[in-house]
Design a protein around this ligand. Structure first.
Ligand code: CP
Ligand code: NVA
Length: 300
């Protein structure tokens, strides 16, 4: 695996391998065992959007592995003043061993990878969020013992998270249901691919989607870049929420995940969020371990 641009590019075996390495790295970190596998390597982290988890977990991850990470805000880079991504890629390839980028267009990540000579890791685009979903799959496996055969239900906006959850969940043998308003469905091509497996449904009926779900997942109604639509979206998405009614139709031992940041009383009630805080914050922690596994696979 040279890059991590989107989960569609990974086989089930590659995802399994990342999750196994992540589990091992987590165990070792908890037991004070260190390996400086990336000694002398430098990761550049380009951010065109805000971040708490992605930034800190990648930076700590590189440090844990013996390497270094540079935080590169697009506000300060020439890319923010219009320097083409093709040139940025060729320049950064001369200094760095890898790039993590968070931006708007998926095409920008893909062209960074094709024009540069170093591994590129997608730290979120409008299209997908592969690093988050690797951590989510790791968390599901920790809590449920296995991923295959479980039902994942996503409620809310059909956004970057939904796209990656559908691809990751289906590839790992899950059944995936999505509940979203009609005009806010996930990517059409991804849905077509998922439907062909016979393990995917998309509906505007929340309780129907949530029925017997083993994992319930939600994300913000307005993503980064959609701040102007936030008020309108609050109206449109009313009811697309993980709450007591949803928990009552899901499996008795259903777990709840949220990529964070969360908006209480919008996509999830404060009550359900706090009841499932253990899972949600394990999930956030697992960003570190899963990304270290990705860094080892791409940069070592
Ligand atoms: N879940 C996630 O990617 O969080 P950040 O936006 O804080 O990085
Ligand atoms: N859909 C959200 C995910 C944040 C981690 C966003 O893009 O803002």
């Amino acid at each position: 695996m040279k890059h991590l641009l989107k989960l569609m590019d990974l086989s089930k075996e590659e995802i399994d391998e990342i999750l196994d390495t992540a589990d091992k790295l987590k165990y070792e970190k908890k037991n004070g065992i260190t390996h400086h596998i990336l000694k002398g390597k430098t990761l550049g982290m380009i951010f065109e959007k805000s971040s708490t988890r992605t930034r800190v977990s990648f930076e700590v991850g590189m440090y844990d592995l013996g390497g270094a990470a540079l935080f590169l805000s697009s506000r300060d880079l020439q890319i923010g003043r219009g320097e083409p991504v093709q040139d940025t890629a060729r320049v950064l390839s001369r200094y760095l061993d890898g790039i993590m980028i968070r931006t708007f267009a998926q095409e920008e990540v893909e062209s960074l990878a094709s024009c540069g000579q170093i591994p590129v890791i997608n730290g979120l685009t409008d299209y997908c969020h592969p690093c988050q979903v690797l951590a989510d799959l790791m968390t599901i496996r920790e809590y449920k013992g296995e991923i295959s055969g479980k039902k994942l239900c996503y409620i809310g906006d059909g956004n970057n998270m939904t796209n990656s959850l559908i691809v990751g969940g289906i590839k790992m043998g899950m059944t995936v249901s999505v509940a979203c308003p009609k005009d806010y469905a996930p990517d059409a091509e991804i849905m077509k691919w998922a439907e062909a497996t016979g393990r995917f449904t998309c509906t505007d009926n929340v309780l129907e989607a949530a029925k017997d779900a083993d994992v319930l997942y939600t994300d913000v109604w307005a993503s980064m870049g959609q701040e102007d639509e936030a008020a309108m979206r609050r109206e449109i998405f009313k009811g697309y929420q993980i709450n007591r009614d949803v928990m009552n139709v899901a499996a008795k031992d259903a777990m709840v995940l949220h990529c964070l940041p969360a908006h209480r009383e919008e996509e999830i009630t404060a009550e359900v969020f706090e009841e499932h805080a253990a899972e949600i914050f394990d999930e956030a922690e697992n960003r570190l371990h899963a990304q270290k596994a990705v860094l080892v696979k791409c940069l070592a």
